[in-house]
Write a protein that binds this ligand. Structure first.
Ligand SMILES: [Mg+2]
Length: 222
């Protein structure tokens, strides 16, 4: 078994359940704004992914990806202020629905006990991701929090992984990336010379050819 000096964890849907939170929040929001929740969660997810990916490629800013998602979701021409104020109704509903996966802290603690430096590498904006980390007390279990908003590009761009290991002071080949996204976390990390474990909670990527677990409880470090 490889002994790693450093373990990087993705945040959303790896340590924190955010998709379920987003689904519940979107239904509540759609109900408030347009009185119709049918298909809202699924539609928001489909709309959000490409706009968020454009932000990760730095084609648009963080506020612009929010506005683009709101405009497409409601199918209306909205000024920036109107889109911002609609998003401001969604945000507290989303934040209230965050929850911590029960296997998260035990896994972070095992990594530490195995002598690994523990980092979070997340495709998120620092302020929002810091709020998640604070809310669930993850800071006590993590040595470095690296957000893509601090980097030249988000995952799966190899620069995200190269810059993260440089910040921490380790090399790619002594670093393990653990995350729920096959492309962003697992394949991205492998392409950048790290090792990777895919957290496939739903068991949907069984044929991916990538090392995977269905729970963080299955991850061993030494
Ligand atoms: Mg994730």
């Amino acid at each position: 078994m490889t002994i790693f000096r450093c373990v990087l964890f993705d945040l959303d849907e790896t340590l924190i359940a955010h998709e379920t939170a987003a689904d519940r929040a979107v239904e509540e929001w759609a109900g408030l704004v347009r009185g119709d929740v049918r298909g809202a969660a699924e539609r928001w997810r489909q709309i959000s992914a490409p706009h968020y990916a454009r932000y990760q490629r730095r084609e648009i800013s963080f506020p612009e990806q929010r506005r683009a998602r709101v405009r497409e979701f409601f199918g209306r021409m909205l000024t920036d202020d109107e889109a911002d104020s609609l998003f401001a109704q969604y945000l507290p509903l989303y934040e209230r629905a965050w929850s911590l996966y029960p296997d998260a802290i035990p896994c972070l603690a095992r990594a530490r006990r195995a002598g690994c430096v523990v980092g979070v590498l997340t495709n998120g904006e620092r302020e929002q991701q810091a709020r998640k980390i604070d809310r669930f007390g993850l800071g006590a279990h993590v040595d470095h929090v690296i957000c893509s908003s601090d980097l030249s590009a988000g995952k799966p761009d190899p620069r995200a992984f190269a810059e993260a290991v440089r910040i921490i002071g380790v090399s790619p080949d002594e670093t393990l990336m653990i995350g729920d996204s096959l492309e962003n976390d697992a394949r991205g990390a492998l392409a950048a010379g790290l090792d990777a474990v895919l957290v496939d909670r739903g068991g949907v990527h069984a044929d991916s050819g990538v090392a995977s677990v269905t729970s963080l409880d299955e991850v061993e470090f030494a």
